[in-house]
Ligand binder design. Structure first.
Ligand code: HEM
Length: 461
């Protein structure tokens, strides 16, 4: 059984981030209760009102501490590239997920982070990705056949269930239908729910306690499998990670593999389900985009997406990008200053939470045409609004901590839309406009009731 060793503390910071700061735009965390409540109720409204009042960078209260939200592209770039190793991701995230997801890639910094990430890259190379698509495609196929039997349902819980199934089979090489798969699925759901629990003490039967119990189960489970996976030739991500090496032949320890696996499921699971939900909502609202994508997809003969077809789905890509611009699943990239540091015109004290916020940058009216409108053509080569600045559009982050799963998430979304739109036409069932709640992950408050009808085709469904 694995006993976890705490990571060496390369960063000398107190466990609590700063609660107050002087001399920066915004109101310095004076109104903790009001700010936190407003963010929970209406994150988008909170950020846009602040931006109009203070500009794209401002301080605000955030559940007991002060945070500098950064939306100006030049400063976002400086922060994400972090050439002076001034901003700790580990300590930025520590407050919310440090204990539950200890040792995950985002909870590591600088040299330690770089060397672990180098080894992990092996599990995201094209050869591995082809194998992942072979796992994903049949799961989508079976699920869509079932959806066709009850064509009116709520999309968000259904895609989350599909996401959990994909995560269990693709990431872990287990079937969600089997007993072990079900136990793993439950442990993950407990750990993910605990990450947003208000009471953060492992006292039974609290949500946090269930999360920590889930983590302990997962650590034990992974540890018991690693030796066998190292010797085998399975194509799931867990097995790939067990065999992964960097250029110098360096490998991950058993403990590191287990820690990374727990974090990977967190990173992969709800993010992709959320992005697909936004895309499907937008396609329901804008049927002519549904037709455009269906035509693009049907230009390819296969009933399921082939690996080499991914890049040819250009308009599908614009829609996915636009969904991620409007509702980015990870819109805050938490960091903490490890020393006093200059960021553009601002002198930041040590131990301040500072975070690029894509929800601010993605809506800056000086850069985007009608930023609140769903308009995938803004990503077309003729307009390419996102290319005006390297840090104007960053749903997957940037710099050393940029999302490791960007290509996997894109491939999974395209594989889904490819089969989904080939078979079905989506109609939204709600009479009221759909509202998205961005916390903890963007989701429609009505769970997105939809109706599926068979898309007219010579192939049938
Ligand atoms: C639409 C889906 C996804 C979105 C929008 C997304 C977004 C992000 C963002 C914004 C970050 C950077 C966080 C930061 O800098 O603090 C990140 C990091 C990460 N993501 Fe994703 N992600 C998605 C899917 C995935 C998938 C499918 C995987 C893998 C299976 C994954 C694995 C990771 C990992 C390992 C990191 C940490 C990288 C590091 O610290 O070096 N993500 N993701």
């Amino acid at each position: 059984m694995l006993r976890e060793t705490p990571l060496s503390d390369a960063v000398d910071l107190p466990s609590m981030p700063a609660r107050h700061v002087e001399g920066l735009p915004g109101d310095a965390g004076e109104h903790q209760f009001r700010d936190s409540l407003q963010q929970l109720r209406d994150m988008q409204g909170f950020l846009q009102t602040r931006r109009q009042r203070f500009g794209p960078n401002f301080t605000h209260g955030y559940f007991g501490f002060v945070q500098l939200a950064v939306g100006e592209p030049d400063l976002v770039r400086e922060l994400l590239l972090d050439r002076g190793a001034n901003f700790s991701s580990r300590m930025g995230w520590d407050f919310s997920i440090g204990e539950l997801f200890e040792g995950g890639l985002m909870l590591r910094d600088f040299d330690d982070h770089r060397s672990q990430r180098n080894i992990m890259q092996a599990a995201f190379r094209p050869a591995a990705m082809r194998g992942y698509l072979d796992i994903i495609n049949p799961i989508i196929d079976q699920t869509l056949t079932q959806w066709g039997r009850s064509p009116s349902f709520r999309f968000f819980p259904a895609i989350k269930q599909l996401g959990l199934q994909v995560a269990t089979e693709l990431l872990l090489g287990e079937s969600l239908d089997a007993k072990t798969g079900r136990k793993i699925g439950r442990a993950f759901v407990d750990a993910v729910r605990a990450a947003v629990a208000v009471v953060r003490r492992p006292v039974p039967p609290s949500r946090y306690w269930r999360g920590m119990r889930g983590r302990a189960f997962l650590m034990r489970h992974f540890a018991s499998q690693i030796e066998e996976r190292r010797r085998g030739n399975q194509t799931d991500m867990f097995s790939q990670l067990c065999r992964a090496e960097d250029e110098a032949g360096g490998r991950l320890s058993d403990e590191e593999i287990a820690q990374h696996m727990i974090f990977l499921v967190l990173a992969a699971h709800d993010t992709t389900a959320s992005a697909i939900t936004t895309a499907v909502w937008a396609l329901g609202e804008h049927p002519h985009w549904q037709d455009r994508l269906r035509n693009e997809i049907r230009a390819h003969e296969h009933a399921i997406m082939q690996y080499d077809v991914r890049d040819a789905l250009v308009e599908t890509d614009w829609v996915f990008k636009e969904a991620l611009r409007l509702e980015p699943p990870g819109s805050f990239m938490m960091r903490r200053t490890v020393r006093e540091v200059q960021l553009g015109p601002y002198t930041l004290p040590k131990n301040l939470t500072v975070t690029p916020v894509s929800r601010i940058t993605h809506f800056l009216p000086d850069w985007w045409t009608e930023p609140t409108r769903f308009d995938p053509l803004r990503f077309s080569p003729e307009r390419a609004e996102h290319k005006q600045h390297p840090s104007l559009y960053y749903p997957f982050g940037g710099g050393a901590h940029m999302c490791l799963g960007v290509h996997l998430a894109t491939m999974q979304t395209k594989a889904f839309l490819y089969q989904f739109l080939r078979r079905y036409t989506v109609t939204l069932r709600s009479r009221c406009p759909t509202r998205f709640q961005p916390v903890p992950i963007p989701h429609p408050t009505n769970s997105l009731p939809i109706k599926l009808s068979h898309a007219s085709t010579s192939e049938g469904v």
